[in-house]
Ligand binder design. Structure first.
Ligand code: PMV
Length: 356
């Protein structure tokens, strides 16, 4: 490569903001190179997001990946090691430029680090989009088209399975499923067009029951599914539930949506309780708010439901038209169970944005 091309490439600097997502049918159990044991579907969130900037930062003369990584402007050794390892694992197959240039990366989250919200889905999808964008700027791909986002989803998946779904707005399915056209274990697909309008503006208020680090990581949790005696029944159940949920999502059938979503959350935690060794990630506060949400729904007939990911925090899901009734309930009845009264008000969102 001539010096002048190398120099102008060093001016390449891109940025993407990418949201977190919350699964309704959960991915829990994996095999091979980060492939899911069952298909999953999620809402893409709106405000809980990571903002990542990546720039080419001079030529890389060593054989190792070289990055200068900062999180919220500060050096962070744990993240640096994790990202270097990830980039080394994908460089030869997907991004040869990673061996030619040093990278400068800065990332930040819209939600506080200690809020108990996992940042791997938003962080890995933002990074994957930046890498694909650099490839585009270097001229190796022609357009930011469907293939661009498909590759970003695949790369995000290699970083953290659920991150594959954050590349698309509204809703995405990850994992091969007979009822989802073009679905794949390798990347997620956009199903926004098949979703009733009521779900496109759904609210998702996250009750922070605890901000502590989880006692068992998701990686360890996926691994424990390998010895779980219910594993194969679970994978069949998840794919069946996804079939029913897709119909409910298309028809705007809130009752079926709510039943499957809540059953999935409780199944996920039941699987943890019957792993060997067994473990519990819910806390007393999680159970209390779950019971309160059920009682409120029964009393008022308002379609408000809950889900949880692999932790104690509870996501409260309801159509935006009920905000005026649900907000005071959350404030008076659920907030007292939240760590320092913390609630992150979020909703279904349009997906990642290019910010540089
Ligand atoms: O992407 P991971 O490895 O952090 O696993 C995520 C697992 C759940 O959040 C519990 C479910 C899901 O599908 O997002």
């Amino acid at each position: 490569m001539s010096n002048s091309i190398a120099q102008s490439n060093n001016q390449i600097h891109v940025g993407w903001e990418s949201p977190s997502n919350i699964a309704l049918v959960k991915y829990w159990g994996k095999y091979g190179r980060q492939l899911p044991r069952n298909a999953s579907v999620s809402f893409t969130l709106n405000t809980a997001a990571s903002r990542t900037f990546v720039g080419l930062d001079g030529n890389n003369v060593s054989s190792q990946i070289e990055i200068d990584f900062t999180f919220e402007g500060k050096q962070n050794d744990t993240f640096t090691t994790r990202i270097e390892k990830f980039l080394s694992s994908i460089a030869d197959e997907y991004f040869p430029f990673l061996r030619e240039y040093k990278l400068k990366i800065d990332s930040s989250n819209s939600f506080p680090h200690s809020s108990g919200i996992a940042s791997s889905a938003s962080g890995m999808s933002a990074l994957a989009l930046c890498l694909c964008d650099i490839e585009y700027q270097l001229g190796s791909i022609q357009e930011r088209d469907d293939a661009f986002f498909q590759k970003a989803s695949l790369i995000a998946r290699l970083g953290s399975g659920s991150a594959s779904r954050s590349v698309y707005g509204t809703m995405a399915v990850w994992g091969q499923h007979p009822n989802v056209l073009a679905s794949s274990d390798e990347y997620a697909v956009d199903i926004a067009a098949n979703v009733h309008p009521v779900f496109r503006t759904f609210r998702n208020d996250i009750l922070i029951i605890s901000a502590k680090e989880k006692s068992v990581s998701s990686t360890a949790g996926h691994h424990l599914m390998e010895g779980n005696p219910f594993a194969s029944a679970r994978y069949t159940q998840a794919n069946d539930r996804l079939s029913s949920l897709l119909v409910a999502l298309a028809n705007g059938d809130l009752a079926t949506f709510g039943k499957i979503t809540e059953d999935e959350a409780l199944t996920l935690h039941a699987l943890m309780m019957c792993s060997d060794p067994s473990y519990i990630l819910m806390e007393e506060g999680s159970l209390s708010v779950i019971n309160k949400i059920k009682a409120f729904r029964k009393q008022t007939n308002i379609p408000v439901y809950f889900t949880l990911d692999a932790g104690p925090n509870v996501h409260v899901l309801y159509p935006s038209e009920f905000e005026a009734q649900v907000s005071p309930f959350i404030h008076s009845e659920l907030k007292p169970y939240c760590h320092e009264g913390k609630i992150i008000k979020d909703s279904v969102g349009p997906g990642p944005k290019k910010i540089l």
